[in-house]
Write a protein that binds this ligand. Structure first.
Ligand code: FES
Length: 110
């Protein structure tokens, strides 16, 4: 039986002193929120294959931030609330449906 591909959610928590950065949007706490969400819902989340959330330094798309990059989908999301995060996980990760309203279409591969 072929193993399903592992999906990764990379969340930028980079902090810059002068320019716009993802850390200014509380990204470190959002990362912790996602980790707890995933731990509490592991069985539901893994029904479509393995899933990992990873915090990263700058992803090179600061102006579009705060940024979440999804692989293997090659899609970029932004967010402004924890409700947005819930929607990305419940729709994209669990049901496999892109959250169009949070997609950063200028840098995503569609
Ligand atoms: S600081 Fe997040 S993409 Fe650059």
């Amino acid at each position: 039986m072929k193993q399903k591909q592992c999906r990764h959610m990379f969340i930028c928590v980079n902090k810059k002193t002068e320019k716009k950065c993802c850390a200014a949007f509380d990204a470190e706490n959002v990362f912790e929120y996602i980790k707890q969400y995933v731990a509490s819902n592991r069985e539901k989340i893994n029904q479509n294959g393995r899933f990992k959330v990873v915090k990263t330094s700058c992803l090179g798309q600061c102006a579009a931030g705060p940024n979440i990059y999804m692989t293997p989908d090659n899609l970029w999301y932004t967010f402004s609330s924890l409700e947005d995060i819930d929607e990305i996980i419940e729709s994209h990760v669990i049901r496999g449906m892109v959250v169009d309203r949070l997609l950063n279409k200028e840098i995503s591969d569609e």
